[in-house]
Design a protein around this ligand. Sequence first.
Ligand SMILES: *Cc1c(COP(=O)(O)O)cnc(C)c1O
Length: 401
Amino acid sequence: MYDQIKEALEANLEEIRESGLWKSERTIASPQAARIRLAENGQEVINMCANNYLGLSDNLEISAAAAVTMEKWGYGLSSVRFICGKQEIHEELEVAVSQFLGTEDSILFAACFDANGAVFEPLLSADDAIVSDSLNHASIIDGIRLCKAKRYRYANNDLGALEDQLKQARADVGGTGRIMIATDGVFSMDGTIARLDGICDLAEKYEALVMVDDCHATGFMGKSGRGTHEHHDCMGRVDILTGTFGKALGGASGGYVSGRKEIVDLLRQRARPYLFSNSLAPAICGGSIKVLEMISESTERRDRLWSNTAYYRRRLEEEGFVIPGKEEPHPIVPIMLGDAKIAQQASVKLLENGVYAIGFFYPVVAKGAARIRTQVSAGHSEDDLEEAVQAFVKVRADVGW
Ligand SMILES: *Cc1c(COP(=O)(O)O)cnc(C)c1O
């Protein structure tokens, strides 16, 4: 039986290779950091493609906190929460997340992908509606697919388009149907920041809930790093925040839904990725609690991330590169190249010049909008960033764009 399928799969794989969409994985021979070593040749490169915004991925205080927690609480739970329950460390982390985000309660998941897969179905039925930004993360799209609510999509971050869809949704579900607006807090391909203040205004007008996935914001957006809701002065107006421990908050793994108490209570009863998937490992809980402590005590890392971002963006602009996000800068800094082939070549040449950054092209972004996406970290020194800018200058001259 398998022989037939094997052939078909091989043809499938060949198709992917031929269309230039094959994704190959690099092996890193060092911890995740501003500079990493590549396993293939031992080369040291500046890492410009990690979500390590606060530079915490290789932080020794955090790994020490994780190790201590592991010694005290063991390696794992070997159970889902509704069977063996939780440890105090899980509760502590949920409280810490709520305190940091300024929400009523929080519930942990194995990943934010699971949090987004969990959040829609228990809250919305076929009589309800979800109004979703067209550039939302894959996990939001999948979460919406798992739920029977009517679906509406609006053009990325376009408040006029959102209002049109809300009007339609309200007409379709009537006065009693629930409507939920779902958006990324920051859109990861461009570093565009969602217009949350306007979104919350419209939510009030059309009596909708607001769900924000703040994976590319928690820890550094807003003056104390709470996220996009703090940045846009919407604390208390967002009903549901989802997020990850796998990016700025130390980079290990794990996710959460945080928000209104009754929503979190219902998710504990009904969310399938919570009910049927293992509890977060104690070490990750301990590490994440430490991270939240550190960034609550001091905004030093957040501040360094933003000064690094300002420096890097300014230098790229001085060198004549086209980078979006001038009005509302974010540490995601895409360098626009247009052509997919050039983006691929540029990314190879950059690596030869000691800079690790990845090209994105169709279908991940629109045709003709190929770019190298770079991401600034608090762990970068100004020298690292200057070296990256110089590598871009050199590669542009070599490849030509
Ligand atoms: C990374 C990311 C996720 C997935 O988070 P994990 O914890 O890695 O599963 C979800 N949503 C957005 C917007 C992301 O950027």
